[in-house]
Design a protein around this ligand. Structure first.
Ligand code: NAD
Length: 468
């Protein structure tokens, strides 16, 4: 008799692999189908490789600036191929870890491209041929791919997305980036640090338009100081190519502007991956190419669930993993254990950016009465030691109850420090609850304490506001 799985997960990215391992831990007989490498975009072409490149590029820039600490290094240089090797080793090590975890947890890994035949059967095609697998439930975690906007000239050969950017075997000496969102500013951070002349063209009035305005303003100044040419409110109209050179045409303040470049990166969002996912004649409800899910991540097809970048909503690796855990808990008949409403969002620029919960602007739009505690990191000891004193920590609380509603940080280690706020917001802690705990000295984390103190009568290391 043919083996019947309790769950087949399609896709082994951070959504799919976490779901499969969690399902196995909950006692479900689980298989995961993946046509490329384990770890998906995140481990192989996204979060991990970019952060490895940011680490190497920042190290290069900081080594050159070592004189500020009395450390002199001569002939500081980088070998781009070594950086790529280090990036690849990092991805490979994490990828192997995922494969080991599949084995250790008894998850069956099936290599190949999956197609849903019915709500309880999946066809897998690979170099050995085709096989059909039976299952009680299917979880779609096929993720996303770079979106190519319908701009005339976008089809020209040589235009890169983040995928192709990682395949370049040399550092470009110039780079034009269309899109000043997360991918745009992270690649600008890497290549400007490596000495490349970077230009960002962003259609909206500011960089990182989905995040707090203070981030955009500060980041623009910092990137400009590093030589990045930034055009905001500048929508790309067309691209042409003459020999090896692209010309990008955009409108800025009603003027037509042309920028020439050999290297062009399109970073204008990602589209759901549903190509050939459904056999002819079957499908699930979708909106703008994304799968619609209801309660417990059910699609319109019974026993078929979907999570991560392939569904509507926030496209982040940790969101996909958390959704996967909740979906699998539902399939196993359990209540979800994670609150999916509190989402930390991190951008790996220098300084780092991190945000969670509501911002001051959003609170105002919603008519909420809030108070904001702000601390500038120029008064933080650890920031002065490492000369990373640019930046701030902002905390948004309900004016009356002093319950914490959100936090935004732009400073060293912001992406590590934001986690504390998830616990604070989930548990509806107030300013005085948080201030009961002392913080180690000297740490960047003291800045968080000082921002809270600002909300409770004034921070110790900030001059009191003048009374009128
Ligand atoms: P994004 O949505 O963050 O940014 C795309 C930007 O392109 C937008 O600001 C948009 O206004 C701009 N744009 C669109 N059309 C344009 C045009 N014709 N001319 C000029 N600008 C134009 O998308 P992204 O940066 O491509 O990232 C894709 C997804 O991956 C996002 O959901 C992001 O959150 C995720 N991601 C997250 C991280 C992280 O968490 N650190 C890192 C990379 C990517």
């Amino acid at each position: 008799m043919q083996e019947v799985f309790d769950l087949i997960v399609i896709g082994a990215g951070p959504g799919g692999y976490v779901s499969a391992i969690k399902a196995a831990k909950l006692g479900l007989h689980t298989a995961v189908v993946e046509c490329r490498e384990a770890g998906g975009t995140c481990l192989n072409r996204g979060c991990i490789p970019t952060k490895a490149m940011i680490h190497a590029a920042e190290l290069y820039r900081q080594t050159k600036e070592g004189e500020r600490f009395g450390v002199y290094a001569e002939n500081v240089r980088y070998d781009y191929n070594k950086i790529l090797e280090y990036k690849e080793e990092t991805s490979a090590s994490l990828r192997n870890g995922v494969e080991q975890l599949f084995k250790a947890n008894g998850v069956t890994k099936i290599k190949g491209k999956a197609q849903i035949l019915t709500n309880q059967s999946v066809l897998v095609k690979n170099e050995d041929g085709e096989s059909v697998y039976q299952t009680k439930n299917i979880l779609i975690a096929t993720g996303s791919k770079p979106f190519l906007p319908p701009i005339p000239g976008m089809e020209l050969s040589g235009i890169m997305t983040s995928d192709e950017m990682f395949q370049l075997d040399h550092a470009p000496d110039e780079l034009v980036i269309i899109g000043g969102g997360v991918i745009g500013v992270e690649f600008a951070t890497v290549f400007s640090s490596l000495g490349c002349k970077v230009t960002i063209i962003e259609a909206l009035p500011r960089l990182l338009a989905n995040l707090d305005k203070d981030f955009s303003q500060n980041l623009k100044l910092i990137l400009k100081k590093r030589g990045v040419d930034i055009h905001t409110g500048a929508s790309v109209q067309k691209i042409s190519k003459d020999g090896e050179d692209f010309t990008v045409t955009f409108t800025e303040k009603e003027n037509e502007v042309n920028v020439k470049t050999k290297y062009l990166l399109s970073a204008v969002g990602r589209a759901a991956n549903t190509d050939e996912l459904f056999a002819e004649g079957i499908s699930v409800d979708m909106e703008r190419g994304k799968i619609i899910v209801g309660e417990k991540f059910c699609t319109s097809m019974e026993h078929v669930y979907a999570i991560g970048d392939v569904i509507k909503g926030i496209q982040l690796a940790h969101v996909a993993s958390a959704q996967g855990i909740c979906a699998v808990e539902g399939i196993a008949g359990l209540e979800p254990t994670i609150d999916l409403n509190i989402v930390p969002s991190c951008v790996y620029t220098d300084p780092e950016i991190a945000s969670i919960g509501i911002t001051e602007e959003e609170a105002k739009e919603k008519g909420l009465h809030v108070e904001v505690g702000k601390f500038m990191m120029s008064a933080n000891g650890k920031s002065l030691i490492s000369k990373e004193e640019r930046g701030f920590i902002k905390i948004v609380v309900d004016k009356e109850s002093k319950v914490v509603l959100g936090a935004q940080m732009m400073c060293a280690r912001a992406t590590d420090m934001i986690g504390e706020f998830g616990t604070i917001i989930e548990n509806k802690l107030t300013v005085s609850d948080v201030l009961k705990v002392m913080r180690a000295h000297p740490t960047y984390n003291e800045g968080v304490g000082e921002a809270f103190e600002e909300l409770e009568g004034g921070a110790i290391h900030v001059a009191p506001r003048k009374k009128r």
